[in-house]
Design a protein around this ligand. Structure first.
Ligand code: COA
Length: 178
């Protein structure tokens, strides 16, 4: 043991998967890491209240350490059409909790939400330069159905319009209903 490594303890931590509430919306800025997405988080929550989206979070000790949002319908019917295809986005797990199965479970829970609503397909997009996430999706049965230039914009917390260009794969999974 080095002088800096004085002791160790094993933590077993309970993580629950649930719909986000109003208090989570602020916490999902993750202490400044995603403050620039404040308007997007608030809009997703408003859409959840209208029944058009769902914000699913992984909760540890009252804090949302992971998230995936579900969009039930979209102008782009290839990804979501309001009755048979739903789109997952904003999928992330706090860095110190990554690689422990939380992301895989979030994906599974999001798929269950769609199955309960009678949807047949889940879709999502992943940046061309994110091979590890791509692998995770492939491992879980997602297949490429197209590519997208990934151009979009949003207004950040300071009111500045930010433009994003992130070419991505569009993936799809046929959900088993049994
Ligand atoms: C992708 C992500 C949500 C997966 O959550 P997770 O809890 O780490 O996932 P799991 O523990 O269930 O599975 C781990 C697998 O996820 C994938 N993965 C992708 N990015 C990863 C990362 N930064 N750290 C660990 N695993 C990552 C790998 O395939 C990994 O499997 P491997 O260890 O065999 O390489 C999470 O890693 C993350 O938030 N990454 C940064 C944001 C991101 O890329 N989101 C996806 C956008 S499409």
């Amino acid at each position: 043991m080095t002088p800096l490594e004085r002791a160790a303890m094993i933590l077993e931590i309970p993580v629950t998967f649930r719909t986000a509430n109003r208090i989570d919306v602020d916490k999902l800025e993750w202490y400044g890491q995603f403050t620039h997405f404040r308007n997007l988080l608030r809009r997703a929550y408003r859409e959840q209240l209208r029944g058009r989206r769902l914000m699913l979070v992984a909760d540890f000790n009252g804090f949302p350490i992971g998230q995936v949002f579900i969009q039930y319908d979209s102008m782009n019917e290839l990804i979501a059409d309001g009755w048979s295809r739903g789109y997952f986005y904003s999928f992330r797990v706090m860095e110190m909790f990554q690689g422990k199965g939380i992301g895989t479970r979030l994906l599974y829970e999001a798929e269950s939400v769609l199955v309960e609503r009678g949807y047949q397909f889940a879709t999502l997009s992943v940046a061309l330069d994110n091979p590890r996430a791509f692998q995770l999706y492939q491992r879980n049965g997602y297949e490429v159905i197209g590519q997208d230039p990934g151009r979009w914009h949003y207004v950040d917390d300071l009111g500045v319009t930010r433009y994003v260009e992130e070419p991505c794969w569009i993936l799809e999974k046929a959900l088993s209903i049994d």
